[in-house]
Write a protein that binds this ligand. Sequence first.
Ligand code: GUN
Ligand code: ZN
Length: 627
Amino acid sequence: MFELKERDGLARIGKFYTKHGTVEKPVLLPVINPNHILISPNEMKEKFKAQMLITNSYIIYKKKELREKALKDGVHSLLGFDGPVMTDSGSFQMYVYGDVEIRNREIVDFQKKIGSDVSTILDIISPPDRKYEDAKSDVMETIKRANEVEADALTVQGSVYPDLREYCASELSKLDCILHPVGSVVPLMEKYKFKELVDVIVASKKGLVPSRPVHLFGCGHPMIFPLAVLLGCDLFDSSSYAKYARHNRMMFPDGTKNFDEMSYSPCPCPACMNFGELKEMTEKERIKKIAEHNLWVSFSEIKKIKQAIHEGSLWELVEERCSAHPFLLSALKKLGEYKEFLERFEPVSRKTFFYTGKESLNRPIVYRYRKRIFERYEKPNADTLIILPESERPYSKTYYDVMKKISGKVNAHFVVNSVFGPAPVEFDETYPVGQSVVPTDVEYDDELVKEWVEKFDYPDVLFWKDDKTFEELGSFKRKTSFNPDVQKIKGVAFYQFGKCQNLFRGEIKIVKSKNGKIRNVFVNDEHILSVRNDGFYTLKMNGAKKLHLIFKYPKMRVVVNDDAVPFIKDGKSVFSRFVVECDPEIRPKDEVLIVDKNDVLIGVGRAIMNREEMLSFKKGVAVKNRA
Ligand code: GUN
Ligand code: ZN
């Protein structure tokens, strides 16, 4: 069972419950080979604070003394580790040596007998060079095997073919199990085929139920962790820490270095503290130290990722890490092809948007912004559209004098030609337009602003450049008028909820803070909205009642079963297990209407999950209730 705690898009911090304790993911499982223990399970626990280990049940099965001890005392006792232990099945040995004399049922049975917390099926590894038809039969055989046993980990196969991956994932999702590894990615990793890795992970995620943890099988290099977590991977295993060390190779978050070529280590870990001493050690001692370094670096990267999820800066971390290698950069570019899928999990807002390069504009939030600003926005009643160049935020401060001067002459509406696309000044405080740091000298094409000019059809349009531009205003007439504050609340509300003119029907009263920022909105003396710190609105119950009438079912709705109704009315949050239906357009951090099965409004709150997650998770909060 897995419970979502914090999330940033597909990336998630969550609790994963096992018989031997609860693990917080994303998590790295060091591989323990009982035949070659380089760093003991006890050290893993005490020194490295490893939460969970993985070992290979086939290795234990094959060696009489290990097998007998494991059968007698259990795998935890064999390893000397009282935390959760996952076991692999021997698929990898079967793939590498081809002579594994064991059957699926037998090895899964054995894993259960030795008390594994997560047993794995004997899935068929299907490398990237496998022909489509062969990969397909590997998938069919893997699905057949998943059906014939009750293993806890059912591996998604399908080589590099997205349709096979997605099919395999959706078939395995129908079965009862604890988690889903994504298999056969080791050859992709070894050849630095990160772009293909993105295809494989995304296709697998598309087919999997969102409530199960995903394990990227055999991927132990920290340079890939941030990208994989961004795409929804929760568990990693590493035998690489030891394998690399045996080849004198040191892992870093931005790649691998050969120990012999290093005179200095930039790493602050205990193993690197006196780096010079490593050069003097015996080979055996040194291998252990390098293995320790590799583990420190790997665990540290997982912590860095968790903090990034917590503060909403994982995209920035991924972009930074992906600049470390040209093939990672291709993988980052590839994400742009999946923005439609990624957008389904994309929160309404997060911490400040840091622009790290043109790839930042591939993020799903930019895709959403561009879509909504064309589909949901309504222009004010203005004669003149003034297009301002991209500039420092807040735009209203940067362009204060310019806007004041122009407004004195004509009834103008101001739109910034921003990197995100056309940005009406009303969006000055909202994420991502207003809550972003963008260098002012970036180059981007202005096709979108041209499209905007065409679509919204203002009587006069002027691209503002410098003070000389004022002269061109001379011939413009003032015919119309609009209230910029009202335009601001409508513009942002339409963007956030969809077009909803009637929300504002009546006498509008806007309450501002001392510094002039809009804080609360009343209509006919009813408090309908207040501004939250991402520049969007918190929906008050009075506002929710209006939107419930304006929007037809299922828009904005989260439907709960009858059992939950009294709790919701009492102000309790909505747990995902109570949700029976949900608007597919709801995104994390969206304001939602909580209704019963007859569409009676019973609460209002903020979504934590999207529809597919609400309907899939058995544990955790789906909507924070505010009623
Ligand atoms: N270890 C690395 N890759 C795999 C895989 O695809 N399946 C299994 N069972 N173990 C692995
Ligand atoms: Zn180190």
